[in-house]
Design a protein around this ligand. Structure first.
Ligand code: ADP
Ligand code: MG
Length: 639
């Protein structure tokens, strides 16, 4: 997956913005200067035209282009018509040119502020996401050489010095140190890493020199994937954003027609029905004011900005949301369904006992580690750890993994199976059930039962608190699904306070249960599934919103999920929901606020109470407040 470099915004005010600032000051200075020059007639018109064109030429050009492309009704058109109209009234009637120019000036000040705010928040977000490594160090003849991380092949040993970012995922082959993972997980505590540990790209090595053998290409490494996710997140539009673009399509023509009616009808009625003077310029002025007020820029800009800030704020906390639409779905979550292993529990099993074995304990573990050597299931990883050595994969052939059951393979040419009771039943092998609570790995070697390994997992330290926190985030039901045996599932469920527990499920059973739950959930609510993607990728995509564990989870899960928790902490689920709720609240506040003020001003404008000055102040003011409000979505630390 190739990744484009993130655009770095180095200066908070860019060239275009500088130019705009110069234009704003020039126009304002000219306007003030002209105020002190007594002028009249033609000269007055020509001289006032100068600041008007200085500040507004681009708007006029854009409006012209819009008309040419038959996309007439946008804010450029509104501003052009309103200010040209005001100019015409000034020529024929009032002689007050200042108003037309000031309206344009304030509009441009508003635009400037808006582009500054957007630029700034983008910069904030890309700074937050400043995890892109620029190089990798490779040792050549005793000297370190900097190379492009894209060129480093899998299996190369790279060197990461203190203070440097880990550029590519890998395993530490030499050295130890403490890692700062805050850019990835939002977690400020440093994490220790030593030889043999897996390490993901994007963390910063704070102490010690690490030699890392890469296990992935740069483009497939965690850091590239995250950047890709975040960069593409805003392209998935939410319903609110859709609403706004649809709204603008109807709204703008509607106000234009309204303004036209306001300019034409009352004078005609006055003239024809009442026989009084039509007061054309008065009504045209009101219509123009009406147009200025109606400009929908506050809405158009603040809503995508709110979502953008929400996604940025979430990623700062180690929660990657893949699009604004998911933020919206997440905010309505009322059922949360969990996978057990690796999600609520650590997925790090300890061997607690070996029973009824025909072979020596070590031998049985060796067979187990070998037969599992190709599996990425947490059980497999735990058995590898118990074995303590690198299994010799050349001894293993014909590996077949059966989801939710276990694995079968030939070890030294002999068929070996490791898995749960279902697997034994499937193979027609009589097994001895275990009376201890724990996950049981039954072993069969050469068609004979060879005993079982009792392993047990540890509940994540924050899991219980996480379930409790969900209730305060508005979740009404929590469900745990697992392929593990009932006794373990019940024990875990009871300890955590989960509302509903289903056990001994195959991946397809999990989908079925989730589908049933989706049917029974309250209207308007959504169902979130949280898993690590091992045996649950299908449910992740079936749920209204799929949340994956990013550190432990499989690549497939991270791809299938809509939200990724970088540090696998279940507490982050309620946090993500709260972040999304805050973001949506801000979006609704802005919609109601902007439309409300607009309607009030439109009424005042039509009645002739509000002039153009007030109109433009209201417009710029509403926009500034809406943008500031949108930026609040970035601050989610205390949620
Ligand atoms: P969970 O739903 O808790 O994540 P899984 O669906 O991954 O559990 O697995 C369910 C059960 O299937 C496990 O508890 C285990 O008994 C068995 N199993 C699955 N994969 C393996 C494997 N690679 N080795 C041994 N047993 C396995
Ligand atoms: Mg699982």
């Amino acid at each position: 997956m190739p990744v484009k470099p993130l655009k770095k915004v180095t200066n908070p005010v860019n060239k275009k913005q500088k130019k705009m600032l110069v234009r704003i000051f020039a126009a304002a200075a000219l306007l003030i200067a002209l105020h002190f020059v007594p002028l009249d007639g033609m000269w007055k018109f020509v001289l006032y035209l100068v600041p008007y064109l200085v500040i507004g030429y681009d708007i006029l050009i854009k409006a012209g282009k819009g008309i040419k492309n038959r996309q007439v009704f946008d804010e450029n058109f509104l501003m052009a018509i309103a200010t040209i109209g005001a100019f015409v009234i000034a020529v024929t009637d009032s002689g007050d040119y200042v108003e037309a120019i000031a309206v344009m000036l304030f509009y441009q000040i508003g635009e400037f502020f808006q582009s500054y705010a957007v630029g700034k928040s983008r910069k904030n977000i890309s700074e937050l996401m400043d995890i892109r490594p620029d190089y990798a160090n490779i040792e050549e003849n005793g000297a370190l050489v900097r190379v492009d991380p894209d060129e480093v092949e899998v299996g190369t040993v790279i060197v990461v010095q203190p203070g440097e970012k880990v550029p590519i995922d890998g395993v530490i082959v030499e050295g130890s140190g403490s890692l700062n993972t805050s850019a990835l997980t939002g977690e400020s505590l440093p994490r220790d890493a030593k030889t043999g540990d897996e390490i993901i790209s994007g963390c910063i090595n704070m102490t010690g020199v690490l030699k890392i053998k890469t296990t992935k290409e740069f483009g497939e490494s965690t850091v590239s994937k995250i950047l890709d996710l975040v960069e593409n997140a805003s392209s998935r539009k939410s319903k609110s954003e859709d609403f706004i673009s649809k709204f603008a399509k109807i709204y703008t023509p509607a106000v234009c027609i309204g303004a036209f009616a306001l300019a034409i009808l009352p004078p005609l009625i006055r003239m024809l029905a009442m026989g009084s003077s039509p007061q054309w310029s008065d009504w045209i002025y009101r219509a123009l004011t009406f147009l200025v007020i109606s400009c929908p820029c506050a809405l158009v800009i603040s809503i995508p900005l709110s979502f953008f800030a929400g996604i940025g704020g979430a990623s700062r906390e180690g929660v990657l949301v893949k699009g604004s639409n998911y933020l919206e779905t997440l905010s309505k979550t009322n059922y949360v369904v969990f996978d057990k292993t690796g999600t609520l529990t650590q997925g790090v099993f300890e061997v607690n006992g070996i029973h009824h074995n025909k072979l020596e304990d070590e031998k049985l573990i060796e067979y187990a580690a070998l037969v599992e050597s190709a599996s990425s299931h947490p059980i497999s990883r735990s058995l590898q750890r118990a074995y303590g050595r690198e299994p010799d994969r050349s001894r293993v052939t014909d590996v077949q993994e059966i989801s939710g059951n276990g694995v079968m393979a030939n070890v030294d040419g002999i068929p070996v199976a490791a898995g749960n009771a279902k697997l034994m039943e499937r193979l027609g092998i009589e097994y001895i059930p275990c009376h201890h609570v724990g996950t049981i790995i039954h072993m069969a070697i050469d068609g004979q039962y060879a005993g079982h390994i009792l392993i047990s997992d540890v509940i994540k330290p924050t899991a219980k608190e996480a379930i409790g926190a969900l209730k305060s985030a508005g979740v009404t039901k929590t469900v745990m699904l697992t392929g593990d045996i009932g006794s373990v599932a019940q024990a875990v469920g009871r300890e955590l306070g989960v509302d509903e527990v289903h056990s001994e499920l195959l991946p397809e059973d999990k989908v079925e249960i989730v589908e049933k739950l989706i049917k029974t959930k309250p209207a308007g609510g959504t169902l979130a599934f949280v898993g690590d993607g091992i045996n649950d990728a299908p449910v992740l995509s079936r749920a209204d919103i799929g949340i994956a564990m990013g550190a432990m989870g499989s690549d497939a899960a991270i791809e299938a999920a809509d939200v990724v928790l970088m540090d696998d902490d279940p507490m982050k689920i309620s946090k993500a929901i709260k972040i999304s709720k805050k973001c949506l609240r801000i979006v609704y506040q802005n919609i109601v606020f902007a439309i409300g003020i607009k309607l009030i001003c439109l009424a005042l404008g039509a009645l002739g109470i509000a002039g153009m000055w007030l109109a433009i102040f209201a417009d710029v003011g509403v926009m500034i407040i809406a943008v500031l409000n949108a930026i609040r979505a970035l601050f989610v630390k205390k949620l």
